[in-house]
Design a protein around this ligand. Structure first.
Ligand code: AP5
Ligand code: ZN
Length: 216
């Protein structure tokens, strides 16, 4: 299956991705995770992306389209993929259509994580992540067994630099202005399934399973 996850910051894209990945054997491509890794490694890409990310603005289409184009050529992504956080502009969506057309592939589903803005601040400010794996926790909703420590590796958890109330405002603005038109773009193609992303994680997982149908 070829699946896109769209929704505002903190809606649950990163939380649901491992579940979808496991059940459908898909590769998970999260542009935010890939950009953060590039920033941490101070690669040329990271240096170019850092300023926009710190402010909660989108990085340029060319940068992220380049990352995705390269990633889609991985053998692991030939049978299917989950795109988490891409496309985020109509320009990116058009570029993705071109890339897929060249490969003779089609999208199966666009999962629209619908949630009110008012719920997101608590989710974002309480999030702690394990940078190496991208696993996320929440002080209230999904606490690690030991505070500040990853359950699996025992390594330290960190908070993202953009996970504060001020930067969240810009991220939400970017979502409403630049990314919500992408939902309309896919609605016209009949690909969108809308989820109740404010519900508990297990409930959202069930909605996703229903939208995606049988595995493979
Ligand atoms: P990115 O990393 O994609 O951030 P985002 O879209 O803001 O999304 P988040 O990762 O914050 O939210 P999420 O939906 O994954 O939430 P999660 O599941 O962790 O992008 C970061 C930046 O990179 C952008 O601002 C931009 O600069 C740049 N960028 C990335 N892609 C780009 C692109 N395509 N074009 C241009 N620029 C791009 O959940 C959040 C918290 O809530 C967690 O603590 C979790 O435990 C908890 N939680 C999750 N689900 C539930 C639930 N159902 N109930 C209660 N708590 C829950
Ligand atoms: Zn995420």
């Amino acid at each position: 299956k070829r699946v896109i996850l769209i929704g505002p910051p903190g809606c649950g894209k990163g939380t649901q991705s491992p579940v979808i990945k496991e059940q459908h054997c898909l590769c998970h491509l999260a542009t935010g995770d890939m950009l953060r890794a590039a920033v941490a490694a101070q690669t040329p890409l990271g240096v170019m992306a850092k300023q926009a990310m710190d402010k909660g603005e989108l990085v340029t289409d060319d940068l992220v389209v380049g990352i995705i184009d390269e990633a889609l050529h991985r053998p692991a992504c030939s049978k299917g993929f989950i795109l988490d956080g891409f496309p985020r502009t109509v320009g990116q969506a058009q570029k993705l259509d071109e890339m897929l057309a060249k490969r003779g592939e089609k999208l199966d589903k666009v999962l629209n994580f619908k949630i009110a803005d008012s719920i997101l601040e608590e989710r974002i400010t309480g999030r702690w992540i394990h940078p190496a794996s991208g696993r996320s926790y929440h002080t209230k909703f999904a606490p690690p067994k030991r505070p500040g420590i990853d359950d699996i590796t025992g390594e330290k958890l960190i908070q993202r630099k953009d996970d504060n109330a001020t930067v969240l405002k810009s991220r939400l603005e970017a979502f409403h202005k630049q990314t919500s038109p992408v939902i309309n773009y896919y609605e016209r193609k009949g690909l969108v399934a809308t989820l109740h992303a404010e519900k508990a994680p297990e409930v959202v997982t069930k909605e996703i399973e229903k939208a995606l149908g049988s595995s493979s």
